[in-house]
Design a protein around this ligand. Structure first.
Ligand code: ZN
Ligand code: ZN
Length: 259
């Protein structure tokens, strides 16, 4: 299985396992359908839709490299011109940058040396698992970049191949640089991965640390009472133990009985 070797982070089996678990949690009925298809080596629009939604790039690579699907064929979802456009839209909605760029490349839509893609995080109405609204305020213009959007850039290296007598792409990596879509300034001090983490309710909204790992500090303000000559606890707030940022209301509710 030569293809398996090409997959960088995850083997195909691991990828199928990840997809299978995610889809099972969403719907056991769809899961049966999906499992049948994968066992029969059918990688159609439905399978790739879920692979895109759940950020499982190796499955898309496997399907496209083995020509199990043609992205230019009409999509079952008639809102889109073809399967490729449909999947790109899913990748944008799910904020899966690598898949998004891979699909664009596969469709031949990357003619620039450096690809800059605008990542818009949309409030995902059909994602009923959480109503958590992440927030990261741009230090330059004070908007929440999860609403205004931020841009990520890719670094692509090209070389001329004498063997193939053409220009070939030799490497591609995501630059750890984000730009605010509202004011176009570079957002310093936060990486793309950290921004992804902030979207999860259990991660700190400033430093992105997982609060269940770093811990939460509980601060009580003690106010002096003259009559009783004692300090009384007046209010309590909860903070990320890593950066001391106060955790937000939704997070306090989420951890609820735990704190
Ligand atoms: Zn800004
Ligand atoms: Zn923090």
């Amino acid at each position: 299985m030569q293809v398996k070797e090409n997959l960088s982070n995850m083997s195909l089996d691991e990828a199928i396992d990840k997809l299978s678990k995610s889809v099972y949690l969403e719907s056991p009925d769809i899961w049966i359908d999906l499992t049948d298809k994968i066992n029969d080596q059918i990688f159609d629009e439905m399978v790739l839709f879920f692979a895109t939604k759940y950020d499982v790039l190796p499955i898309l690579k496997y399907a496209l490299e083995n020509k199990f699907i043609d992205l230019n064929l009409p999509s079952k979802n008639t809102t889109y011109k073809n399967i490729g456009e449909h999947l790109i839209s899913v990748a944008i909605q799910s904020n899966n940058i690598d898949i998004h760029n891979y699909l664009k490349r596969s469709l031949g839509q990357d003619d620039d040396e450096i690809l800059i893609e605008e990542v818009q995080i949309e409030s995902n109405e059909n994602n009923n698992s959480t109503s958590y609204k992440p927030e990261f305020i741009c230090p330059s213009c004070n908007v929440n970049i999860f609403e205004s959007g931020y841009k990520a850039s890719e670094d692509i290296v090209y070389k001329f191949s004498l063997e193939k007598n053409k220009l070939i792409e030799t490497s591609r990596s995501l630059l750890d640089k984000t730009v605010c879509c509202n004011c176009n300034n570079v957002i310093k001090g936060i990486s793309i991965n950290q921004l992804k983490n902030i979207c999860t309710v259990q991660n700190c909204s400033r430093c992105s640390a997982d609060l269940t790992s770093v811990g939460i500090t509980d601060k009580s303000k003690m106010v002096y009472d003259k009559e009783s000559n004692t300090f009384n606890s007046k209010s309590t707030s909860f903070h990320c133990a890593n950066c001391d940022n106060q955790i937000n209301k939704t997070q306090v509710e989420y951890f609820g009985s735990l704190i």
